[in-house]
Design a protein around this ligand. Structure first.
Ligand code: IVH
Length: 698
């Protein structure tokens, strides 16, 4: 909050902005900001209004809910208002709510019903004598819209109530709950949109809202919406209840879907555990939830507690930290990988989302950028769900400036050589084909030193870039090939920023210490296309030394167990390139061991873990990637489930596996993350390795 500003002016500004966003969200289904950003505005307004009661007015959006009623659907007056809920943003706010309850109930013991906060649209279903007569949206809480025809298309909503034995169906029964779109339906709908070249839907809530607003209910019927019931509205006749959980059992018996994860809990500590548990596990569900709802179970106590102007005192929404935020797309840049593959990525105004600050996010390839049609200068929605790599979902079109033009993929490599970029026919990736490209060279050195290859502690991206920019006295680069690192001295390192004697000596020792790595690691580190750790093991066993492999013909290579013709041809081609031969000789000169074939059985670091592979992982065929997992005791099934430990996502991955992993919150790994997994048996530190290689300063 900006304390220095005139509070009244800020309150008026916030009210106007919130009213504007309410209209966009509730009436037009075209929000311009994420729920997370909206909550921040609302919190600021409430705090200011509390600090300055002199500016409070009854029509403040802080005290009202929802939006206006449109002309498309007939208005419906709610017999009992459909109120909103107050929010608790963390455990402390939840505890404070619990303490207020104790005071308000003068110490009476109380207990709670904890529910999931379904991220959909609130709906009130009215039944008269067991027949569905009206379905209404929340609207502004007093007046909603009649969407009965559309609601009738939802299979899980009963048209006629079951008549269970011993229960009298009330004359009038209003059941309230949430209409939502299951994630599976959302993904399928978006897949169809891609196929038809149509705009992508931003999220399931929006898709559900749009589906309900259709004038033609045949369209709604195709959208596979669903419903969870969680509250009674008006009831005339029928049984008397003393607790909320009994009302839920009752509506379930009448045939309404009631969420199976609802729990009755006795203490606020248990409630907090429930909420935090679901915050962690939210992605195991087939629908979006944005929090938990905690309700006092005893209906007489609810009566005592009553309502504030906008929400009941007997319930609170525990909101999860937002996984979607809007931010500025500052630029789209490209990065060059070690094989020359060029990847576009988004440079974002840093935004805190899904538990960390996101400033960059991969955009995968040219077609993805075109499909999302994101442009520098756009306000974009950024999503980071659980352990999943952050993604730019799409632009907020209503905020796009009029002179905006689509982004065009550069035709030149960003490296100083400005070499040409080409996209081979039928391929998704654009490539820099210049062998001498310094950006590719840096990436090759980084790969050479990485954990899955020569494993040189302390030789990461930053140091490699420093080394590659450093010049010798004769003006030559200090490091041009990975082999050159073995000739770097303590004195050389002391010239670089950030090095002192101890750190320089330590790095030189680590580099020299890597010279006797086992042959399979050395082979992997060379970065030969298609040659990954598993094939490298096979070759090492079969040939024993690097020289023998270098001299072998393609046919001999192809005889190696687990190694096909494609890898054999690729290896042969690589060793036939003169520069590569020179690189090998330089390694020999450095004293790198060419015949260390202690090919022991791999330590069983993946025992009991299921790792699914999708797409092409650089350096591996599908069989090799799976073999590398199995060699370490792991399993590599063909599909993703709750039990999957990680999904390795290569180039052109299967959409269904990625979607499933996203839904279930299974960590996804790129090539480097996979190398880390094979080397350690664990996920990389952040359990996310973003598939973006940052562009070095030109
Ligand atoms: S109870 C008076 N229970 O959250 C109590 N609401 O922010 C009314 N929601 O408008 C709501 N899941 O659209 C309740 N299990 C749940 C819910 C839930 C989602 C939505 C609902 C409500 C909004 C309040």
């Amino acid at each position: 909050m900006d304390e220095t500003r005139d509070p009244e002016a800020r309150i008026l500004e916030l009210r106007a902005r919130i009213a504007h966003h309410n209209h966009l969200y509730n009436d037009l289904d075209t929000p311009e900001i994420s729920d997370g950003d909206y909550d921040l505005l609302m919190r600021e307004l409430r705090a200011l209004e509390e600090m300055h009661p002199e500016f409070q007015t009854p029509d403040s959006p802080a005290d009202t809910v929802g939006g206006a009623v449109s002309a498309t659907f007939a208005p419906v007056q709610h017999r009992m208002p459909m109120t909103s809920l107050d929010n608790a943003m963390d455990g402390a706010e939840l505890a404070a709510w619990g303490e207020r309850l104790v005071r308000q109930l003068a110490g009476e013991p109380t207990s709670f019903v904890c529910e999931l906060k379904i991220d959909g649209l609130a709906m009130s279903l009215r039944y008269e004598h067991g027949e569905l007569v009206q379905a209404a949206t929340r609207g502004d809480g007093k007046m909603g819209e009649d969407v009965t025809a559309n609601i009738r298309t939802i299979a899980s909503i009963p048209q006629t109530l079951q008549d269970p034995e011993g229960i009298r169906i009330p004359d009038v029964l209003e059941v309230r709950g949430e209409v939502y779109m299951p994630l599976g339906s959302f993904t399928a709908l978006n897949a169809a949109a891609v196929a038809a070249g149509e705009k992508l839907l931003v999220n399931p809530r929006n898709a559900a809202a749009g589906s309900l607003r259709q004038k033609d209910s045949r369209i709604t019927a195709k959208r596979s919406l669903s419903f969870w019931s969680y509250q009674l509205g008006e009831v005339v006749g029928g049984p008397q209840f003393t607790n909320h959980h009994e009302t839920l059992q009752f509506i379930e018996a009448l045939g309404f879907p009631v969420n199976p994860h609802i729990r009755q809990l006795a203490t606020v500590d248990e409630v907090a555990e429930f909420c935090l548990g679901w915050q962690r596990d939210r992605h195991t569900l087939d629908y979006d939830i944005d929090g938990c709802v905690v309700k006092v179970d005893d209906l007489a106590q609810r009566e005592k507690l009553g309502f504030t102007s906008r929400a009941p005192r007997w319930a609170i929404a525990f909101k999860f930290p937002p996984e979607e935020r809007t931010t500025l797309l500052r630029d789209i840049m490209i990065s060059v990988g070690r094989t020359g593959r060029v990847t576009p990525f988004a440079v974002l105004e840093p935004v805190f989302v899904g538990g960390s600050t996101v400033a960059m996010s991969t955009l995968h390839n040219q077609d993805q950028v075109a499909l999302k049609d994101v442009r520098p200068g756009d306000t974009v929605i950024v999503r980071k769900a659980g352990d999943v790599i952050p993604e730019v979902v799409g632009p907020v079109l209503s905020l796009r400036s009029e002179d905006s033009v689509p982004w065009v993929f550069p035709t030149e490599c960003p490296c100083p050589l400005k070499s040409e970029l080409v996209r081979p026919v039928g391929e998704a990736n654009i490539t820099c084909i210049e062998i001498a490209c310094p950006f590719q060279r840096d990436q090759r050195i980084i790969y050479f030193a990485s954990r899955g290859a020569m494993d040189i502690e302390g030789l990461g991206e930053r140091t490699v870039m420093q080394l590659s920019e450093a010049r010798r006295a004769d003006g030559q680069s200090l490091v041009k090939t990975p082999a050159d690192i073995y000739f770097v001295t303590v004195e050389d390192l002391l010239q670089l920023e950030g090095f002192a004697t101890i750190s320089a000596e330590r790095l030189v020792a680590a580099i020299q210490g890597s010279r006797d790595r086992p042959l399979p690691r050395l082979l992997t580190a060379l970065g030969i296309k298609h040659l990954g750790p598993s094939a490298a093991e096979g070759l090492s066993r079969a040939f024993g030394t690097l020289d023998a492999i270098m001299d072998a013909g393609e046919a001999d290579l192809a005889l190696t167990e687990g190694l096909g013709g494609i890898i054999a041809a690729s290896i042969r081609r690589w060793f036939d390139v003169e520069d590569n031969r020179a690189f090998i000789e330089r390694l020999r000169e450095a004293g790198v061991e060419f015949g260390n074939v202690v090919v022991s059985r791999q330590p069983q670091i993946l025992a009991g873990k299921a790792v699914v592979v999708t797409g092409t992982v650089e350096g591996f065929t599908r069989e090799e990637a799976e073999a590398a997992i199995k060699d370490r005791g792991g399993k590599s099934p063909g599909s993703v489930s709750k039990k999957t430990f990680a999904v390795v996502v290569g180039a052109e991955p299967g959409a269904s596996k990625v979607t499933k992993a996203t839904e279930l919150g299974v960590p996804m790994l790129d090539e480097i993350g996979f190398a880390h997994l094979l080397a350690t048996g664990d996920l990389p530190e952040s359990s996310v390795s973003v598939a973006v290689e940052p562009v070095p300063e030109a």
